[in-house]
Every structure is written in C-alpha cells, then in structure tokens.
Design a binder for this molecule. Structure first.
Ligand SMILES: [Zn+2]
Length: 76
C-alpha cells in the first residue's frame, strides 16, 4: 500500500521493534511483523497483532516484571 505519512513510498513486508510502557513497566517486542515504508521507514502494524501485543503486555505487567524483552514469534 502507499505510505500515509510521506505519501510517496510503498510499504513492504518487514519487521519492527515495539516498545510498550505502562504502569512503570517497559515491555519490548522484537521482530514484530509489519509493513515498512521504503521511503520514510514508517511502520504499519496489523490491528490483530497490536491487540495481541497489548494483551501479552498486560499479562507480563501483572506478573510484576519491570523490563521484559521478547521476540514476537514466542508471543503469538
Ligand atoms: Zn513513507
């Protein structure tokens, strides 16, 4: 699809790192599947994936962890 930010680039399948900060905890998900703009580097993540990450982050925070870094494939 066309990039909505720069309006010039085309997005391509790639991956990105997502950092979620909530209630004093920092959760990092690596290698999250995303569409990446080949011009400006903006990333677009599927709603279903975002939901999954937020849900997982909530579970991690509940367990009392302050900093957690994991790969997306181990979450899904
Ligand atoms: Zn762009």
């Amino acid at each position: 699809m066309k990039c909505m930010i720069c309006k010039h680039g085309e997005t391509k399948v790639g991956s990105t790192t997502i950092t979620l900060e909530k209630e004093g905890s920092t959760i990092v998900f690596k290698e999250v599947p995303a569409q990446v703009c080949d011009n400006c580097g903006e990333t677009y993540i599927d709603d279903a994936i975002t939901k999954k990450l937020l849900q997982k982050a909530r579970e991690i925070i509940k367990s009392g962890v302050e900093v957690d870094i994991r790969k997306y494939e181990k979450v899904a």
